[in-house]
Design a protein. Structure first.
Length: 456
């Protein structure tokens, strides 16, 4: 509801001095407004618009501001007021005249209501149109299928997914909020966009951060994208993940995706040819790949010792002992990459390995060659696993060495049998020494280590 209006003939004052009630400087203010805030292309004006000065009725004092309109700006959607505020600096100069420095005229707030305790003043007595006579401005439509950054506060009815996490070899991706939004906030002259015809906006708030204590390498770098309706949008410029000097850092962003009404899109995390996905509509992980990352438990204590013993064949003698410390199920290996489809990597970690030629002529032989399949057998639910690499009999300079074994997904238990065996041959010295016999042959440790690991 508007305050009272005053017209020509009413006493008006500037800085305590009575001035000409025709206030000719109002024309300058109105011109500045029409050339300024009123040019907003994302606004709607009443059929007739003007500027009004604000007069304090008891003293007649004019405040150094005017209200112009009525006008609705798209950026003010939801505000009750239909006026633009214009500020200025009036100076009474005598003989009831007032000057206003054009440079002091500034466009101030928009969507303003007439404040209490003042009246609108124009020398011609014109009244502003009622607020309901000012149409609502229409927002521009976004491009179909657009993917853009948004504001997390926009997700009015945000949900928190139960399984909104993707674990990648080097990074972890977590959806903390998801939901529908009604607009895409823009920059510049356009306040916001609404969905294209037949589409809706879905939003996800996503945090990407480095996993601790992992081997990072080129093969573990993830590519992030949105996939919808056959179109893929790269998100590499959406997140700031470089902490400088090669150090990764975490970042959180809200992503808005325009999809056909009722349809979905996917947040895709791709590493070395394997994709993991999250539904943009539900915030839940939808992919079944990399299953080991999502097991309730993936690490199991072992602490089984292959006590140091000797294997011999004639002059050749070899000494070996090792302790298996733990079994770990994994989907990705820093060296071998992803486990084949339908398979897992089993890491049998070991420590305190002793592996050396012994006997009277240890330097008469080359280093032996071990048969991996005969040295270790891993039965996964009764079916043979595949030994890939890492037998403890070989030198390994890793801080956490392990035997890598390929086993089927869903394996509930394994049985490990370990008793190294292989072949040997003399070096150039041993080949000439009569006392070194035989010159080549096979050998095997007689007492195997056998242990079970239950994954269920």
């Amino acid at each position: 509801m508007l305050s009272a209006l005053a017209a020509c003939g009413t006493t008006v004052r500037v800085n305590g001095a009575e001035v000409d009630s025709k206030v000719p400087f109002l024309t300058m203010i109105e011109t500045a407004w029409r050339d300024g805030s009123a040019t907003d292309q994302y606004s709607q004006q009443a059929a007739e618009t003007h500027c009004w000065l604000l007069r304090e009725p008891d003293s007649g004092t004019l405040q150094p501001r005017a209200l112009c309109g009525p006008i609705r700006h798209l950026r003010d959607q939801g505000k009750p007021g239909v006026f633009d505020e214009v500020t200025f600096q009036p100076q009474a100069v005598g003989n009831k005249e007032v000057t206003v420095d054009p440079d002091s005229i500034e466009m101030a707030a928009t969507g303003v209501e007439v404040p209490e305790g003042v009246e609108l003043y124009r020398p011609d007595g014109k009244k502003p149109a009622a607020a309901d006579q000012v149409p609502e401005p229409q927002a521009p439509k976004a491009e179909p299928g657009i993917v853009a950054l948004g504001d997390p506060g926009q997700i009015a009815n945000a949900g928190s997914p139960k399984a909104g996490v993707i674990i990648a070899p080097s990074d972890q991706v977590e959806v903390t909020r998801f939901g529908a939004v009604d607009r895409l906030v823009a920059e510049g002259e356009v306040p916001f966009y609404v969905p294209a015809d037949g589409e809706e906006f879905l939003a996800l708030t996503v945090t990407i951060g480095p996993r601790a204590d992992v081997n990072r390498g080129k093969s573990t770098e993830a590519a992030y994208s949105i996939r919808a309706e056959g179109k893929t949008t790269d998100l590499k410029d959406f997140f700031e993940l470089d902490g400088g000097y090669g150090t990764p850092k975490s970042d959180t962003k809200t992503i808005i995706v325009s999809v056909p009404k009722g349809k979905d899109a996917e947040l895709v995390v791709g590493v070395s040819g394997v994709d993991q996905t999250i539904s943009v509509r539900t915030g839940e992980r939808t992919s079944k790949t990399a299953s080991a990352y999502y097991l309730a438990k993936s690490e199991f204590g072992v602490n089984k010792q292959f006590a140091t013993q000797k294997a011999a064949n004639g002059t050749f003698e070899y000494q070996h002992g090792v302790t298996f410390t733990k079994a770990v199920l994994s989907s990705f290996d820093a060296d071998k990459g992803w486990a084949p489809e339908g398979q897992l990597w089993l890491e049998l970690h070991w420590d305190n390995a002793t592996s050396q030629k012994s006997g009277k002529d240890p330097y008469a032989f080359e280093d032996p060659t071990f048969d991996a399949d005969k040295s270790m057998q891993v039965a996964a639910d009764g079916k043979p696993g595949k030994i890939i690499e890492g037998l403890p009999v070989y030198s390994n300079y890793s801080n956490d060495p392990y035997v890598l074994v390929q086993i089927p997904e869903g394996t509930k238990a394994i049985k490990v049998t370990y008793a190294p065996q292989g072949t040997f041959a003399t070096d150039s010295y041993g080949a000439q020494a009569e006392s070194v016999q035989p010159k080549s042959g096979s050998f095997a440790f007689k007492t195997p280590l056998v242990f079970d690991v239950n994954f269920s």
